[in-house]
Unconditional design. Structure first.
Length: 155
């Protein structure tokens, strides 16, 4: 188990791989533990609330975290799925992430005014990365197959 002596909490999350016209992907830098310095760059997204589908959660989280609204059908089929056991803020999760690739005609402005209190504490910033940036980077990013996903997108 990671981070604690408890059984990991099962969690499903929806995430958006947002690509600008030049195939740069938007990533947010997250502090993994509020009491530590470790960070990870990840796509916007988060856990399902209530009876949300993964696509609905991905759409909501992109709006909350970045102020960006995209068209994504509630029953959209994910472009990529990844399961991982992780620790966030000292709580262990067994999480399945559903990733949706969304292309935008122009790079949108990021607006952070809709973030939750936890997001305000843990989201440190944002950046648009090219596949080359990710290949050259020594920082941790998720999903693990992000370079392949943004390089091979036909959507």
């Amino acid at each position: 188990m990671i981070g604690t002596q408890q059984q990991p909490i099962l969690r499903i999350a929806g995430r958006i791989i947002l690509l600008d016209p030049d195939r740069h992907v938007l990533l947010l830098e997250h502090r993994i533990d509020r009491a530590a310095a470790e960070t990870v760059w990840a796509t916007p997204g988060g856990g399902l609330e209530g009876s949300e589908t993964p696509a609905q959660a991905a759409r909501r989280e992109l709006s909350e975290e970045c102020g960006i609204v995209v068209g994504l059908a509630d029953d959209e089929v994910a472009d990529h799925t990844e399961r991982r056991v992780m620790s966030f803020d000292r709580v262990a999760y067994d999480q399945t992430d559903y990733f949706y690739i969304v292309r935008v005609a122009q790079r949108p402005q990021i607006a952070v005014g809709h973030r939750t209190e936890l997001e305000e504490l843990t989201v440190l910033g944002h950046r648009w990365f090219s596949a080359e940036d990710l290949r050259a980077s020594t920082t941790r990013y998720e999903p693990t197959q992000l370079i392949e996903l943004i390089s091979g997108t036909q959507r």
